[in-house]
Design a protein around this ligand. Sequence first.
Ligand code: ADP
Ligand code: MG
Length: 576
Amino acid sequence: PPPAEKFEYQAEVSRLMDLIVNSLYSNKEVFLRELISNASDALDKLRYLSVTNPELSKDAADLDIRIYADKENGVITLTDSGIGMTRQELVDCLGTIAQSGTAKFLKALKDNKDAGGDNNLIGQFGVGFYSAFLVADRVTVSTKSPKSDKQYVWEGEADSSSYTIKEETDPQLIIPRGTRITLHLKRDDKGFADPERIQKLVKNYSQFVSFPIYTWQEKGYTKEVEVDDDPAESKKDDQDDQTERKKKTKKVVERYWDWELTNEMQPIWLRNSKEVTTEEYNEFYRKTFNEYLDPLASSHFTTEGEVEFRSILYVPPVSPMGKDDVVNQKTKNIRLYVKRVFISDDFDGELFPRYLSFIKGVVDSHDLPLNVSREILQESRIVRIMKKRLVKKAFDMILGISLSENREDYEKFWDNFGKHLKLGCIEDRENHKRLAPLLRFFSSQSENDMISLDEYVENMKAEQKLYTTLHPTALQVLYLVEPIDEVAIQSLKSYKDKDFIDISKEDLDLGDKNEEKEAAVKKEFGQTCDWIKKRLGDKVASVQISSRLSSSPCVLVSGKFGWSANMERLMKAQSA
Ligand code: ADP
Ligand code: MG
């Protein structure tokens, strides 16, 4: 066969490899995700092309990925039966950067560096095939395309600006179709060649790749084997009675190695929601988020049109830190996949606003690039649209709980997450219409049961029809007992065109003015007021006649534009 031919990398590739090799970064393990995702892409391509050309897959019917970890030698081999590459494709795909994603990455990296940033950025990107050099100092790619009758080997080293291509000649390494990638791990990274570690990584990153991923694992089964008796004992037996001698057995574990299916293939969110049971959704929730309690509600949906994604969202049954936790924006509650490949669960407000960060779930996008980074997420129009839809679905789900027959469910929800929704009133004006119906308060007519604003409004109408003049104590009043309540209500301002009025403030207008009576009262008590004001001096802003009182002679109120007594308490508490 002709000797190996040497090629120089395109300048950008050299730069990229340089960066990868010389950047210390903590996320080395992404190499496996990248290689699996390439294998999965190659299988996807083959599957797609063989629909119209069945000849393509005749050489090997099984579409799968196999990962073999050789612990002793620090070598990982990843084989797929996908579309493979021709010799020219090896040059084009692994010697140049044709991919816009990788090119963008380089640009972002440059911009970041120019701006004085550090190399850490690299950890947030998928760098595709070259991420193999994060852990390997030598990589060989042996590949056979159905378009070619020869199999070729690409070989590259971590600190080199060139690579070689030759024909595969070892008969033991000939494959019918697809690609075998061999990673010769760096001395410090040999630990990755551990079957158990590989299994864990596959489970974490590629659990839902839709082709079977097999890993080479040690297995065992127990069997009974005969054991020789103690020689002394058997001698004794011999002397006694041959026929009475019993055969002794013991249990031993027989070890062997075999391929083990490591992923599940059909992610639950790709299934038809009509065919998934509540128990399956709950199990997926418990398994994915390591929970032991079932969620309060779940929602499984697909969106199409402008952006395409599938998602399952959950409302957890309890707040993770107890109901008094500070609302935490950084959680690992949403797992983002792109075309079934796990991307990240490390979000900071990109997919849900802070006050809804308690929502858990998975989101699988069809429109985002696999190497999507935090920076891309923050700027992406697609992500903004996704966020809007996700928020709407989350509200629908919460509303669903509130409308459930089982009142206890919503009480539980409110107990745990009521504070979050009040925070939403303050922080998310756009969603006031969705938030307000979900709020609950104690009131003067329901001191032990919380009511919704709708229930309040219903009561209000009925009473106003019945009584034209309303005695103040007959009015239902919402109790704002928690520190955040008042700020939340102030942000809402009104509900269904009815303004919230703070009854502890001056100028309370209950709509029962009687001008004649007022004039008379003013005449009678005007001087008294003046006298009280003179005695109290600067301690009060003014002294006025009021119609709000029914059983006490006077009340201290705050000015219309002043702080309420409650706010005053809050401010005092803060400055103390
Ligand atoms: P991307 O996957 O974003 O295209 P990569 O750097 O991961 O970028 O891979 C570069 C290219 O190399 C791929 O687009 C594909 O054409 C080719 N390639 C990589 N791995 C395989 C594989 N296992 N089988 C076939 N082609 C592959
Ligand atoms: Mg790739």
